[in-house]
Design a protein around this ligand. Structure first.
Ligand code: NAD
Ligand code: UGA
Length: 466
């Protein structure tokens, strides 16, 4: 007889676990969804009465949480109890790049995944479906299965791969109207039954033809490669931006021209100061590592180039600023508008802003930052993580303001690092008047009206334009 899922547990209340489970709970009021985490502060924030204090900022997320929280959506630190009661357990913990040992700097650190598997095994006294929601190297499910089946004391586990494709800043929309949902499982009667149980959940709001089912390995690998192909598009267009600057072609025009070909498509061809975010680099490095470990040197080198191009783009932007400021930025105030890795998120992981700042700080620039969603503590933390200089030095060279006009005042240059819409609406004449001359703008996202800025008197540098 087909078992209906009534209780879900999700381990990991981060950028993925929180929004994903909130939407499942919203769309399936008959299923009790509990998100657990070992981080008490995070759980407290998810439970905060004031929805402005949720740990993840995403448009409309507060409304979804308001609708479901306390009804069938719960956040808790009682990891073992919640696992025990659930019929389906999602693993949505972080899988960062390894910082030590074999594969350091490339392979995924699966420490937290293994801990989860062991914790699930120890806490379970009834059969469960375990769903890999985290992004994992292909064949991770094998290890998870091995741990569960050897330490689970007679309890039966089915392992599914159900990678998440949401992008930050549009998480709720991406979840509610997903292009596709991918579910990988074993090709056995039990495996098929487990796949069906998860299909039934998504089918509450996702059209059935958009729910793709595959074997486990295809599903795991498709997640890594979807990110690799997306990042490759950005690196491709960014590489061409440099060529545009040398040839008087305009990257936005080139992008529009090639994107009009329906086989290429217009999305994800926006030149920038470089892609950031917690996943693109991590997942490609992972793909490179896996390819190398199978002896596939050419495959590994091919994908590694996407990262190299991105590093080049970030460095190129910083060098451009230095060169335009007469090859010295020492003691000069440079205003940063934006710190998040893209607009509409408070996430700063791997943001291009961090690397551009680091480059300029090495040249003793003084950086003043404004980001509508990122707090000073985070900015200092991001710079300290690089361990390029002492925390005191970072504190003395970088200041963060809550008013963008203060940030720009008395600066030699304004650099746009994130494409926040509000930057377009500023009084740029007022900014110009408050700056040192010649006043320069470095638009790392090509969002401002460059002609209007030039009319005011600004010198403007934009990506892929001459
Ligand atoms: P995150 O760091 O925001 O959240 C992970 C959470 O897991 C943390 O709060 C941590 O405390 C918790 N955790 C770790 N080990 C635990 C344990 N043993 N028990 C309980 N809680 C534990 O990470 P994220 O951005 O949500 O990413 C999670 C996974 O999803 C990663 O594999 C990532 O690659 C993937 N992914 C992320 C995105 C994204 O946009 N951020 C999109 C798709 C996929
Ligand atoms: C990305 C993918 O888009 C998601 O499908 C995936 O689930 C997710 O990674 C993940 O696995 O974590 P995300 O990193 O949140 O999502 O954001 P994107 O919109 O993909 O942007 C990534 C970076 O590329 C940003 O820094 C963005 O500014 C940059 N970008 C994007 C460009 O520079 N140009 C573009 O045309 C598009």
């Amino acid at each position: 007889e087909k078992k209906k899922i009534t209780k879900i547990c999700c381990i990991g209340a981060g950028y993925v676990g929180g929004p994903t489970m909130a939407v499942i709970a919203q769309k399936c009021p008959h299923i009790q969804v509990t998100v657990v985490d070992i981080n008490q502060a995070r759980i407290d924030a998810w439970n905060d009465e004031n929805l402005e204090n949720l740990p993840v900022y995403e448009p409309d997320l507060d409304q979804v949480v308001a609708e479901a929280r306390g009804r069938n959506l719960f956040f808790s630190t009682e990891v073992d109890t919640v696992i025990k009661e659930a019929e389906m357990v999602f693993i949505s913990v972080n899988t960062p790049t390894k910082t030590y040992g074999e594969g350091k700097g490339q392979a995924a650190d699966l420490k937290w995944i293994e801990l989860c598997a062991r914790q699930i095994a120890a806490a379970s006294d009834s059969d469960k479906i375990v769903v890999e929601k985290s992004t994992l190297p292909v064949r991770t499910a094998e290890a998870v299965k091995d741990i569960l089946r050897n330490t689970g004391g007679g309890v039966k586990f089915q392992i599914l791969s159900n990678p998440e494709f949401l992008a930050e800043g549009t998480a709720v929309e991406d979840l509610q109207q997903a292009d596709r949902v991918l579910i990988g499982g074993e090709n056995s009667p039990e495996g098929k039954e487990a796949i069906q149980a998860l299909v039934d959940i998504y089918a509450h709001w996702i059209p059935r033809e958009k729910i793709l089912t595959t074997n486990v390995w295809s599903s795991e690998l498709s997640k890594l490669t979807a990110n690799a192909v997306l990042a490759q598009r950005v690196s491709s267009i960014n590489s061409l931006s440099e060529l545009c600057e040398a040839t008087e072609a305009d990257i936005d025009e080139v992008s529009r021209a090639i994107g009009a070909d329906s086989r290429i498509g217009k999305k994800f061809l926006k030149a920038s100061v470089g892609f950031g975010g917690s996943c693109f680099q991590k997942d490609i490095l992972n793909l490179v590592y896996i390819s190398r470990s199978y002896g596939l040197t050419e495959v590994a080198d091919y994908w590694e180039q996407v990262i190299k191009m991105n590093d080049h783009q970030k460095g190129r932007f910083a060098k451009k600023i230095i060169k335009s400021l007469y090859n010295t930025v020492s003691g000069k105030k440079i205003a940063f508008l934006g710190w998040a890795f893209k607009k509409d998120t408070n996430d700063t992981r791997e943001s291009a802003a961090i690397y551009v700042a680091d480059h300029l700080l090495n040249e003793k620039a003084i950086i003043s930052v404004y980001d509508p969603k990122v707090k000073e503590k985070q900015i200092q933390f991001d710079l300290n993580c690089l361990q390029t200089r002492s925390e005191e030095e970072n504190r003395s060279l970088v200041n963060v303001e809550v008013d963008p006009y203060e940030v720009c005042k008395d600066s030699h240059a304004v650099a746009i690092l994130t494409e926040w819409d509000e930057f377009k609406t500023y009084d740029w004449q007022k900014i110009y008047d408050s700056m040192l001359k010649p006043a320069q703008v470095f638009d790392g996202r090509n969002i401002l009206d460059h002609e209007a800025l030039r009319k005011i008197g600004f010198r403007v540098y934009a990506i892929g334009k001459s």
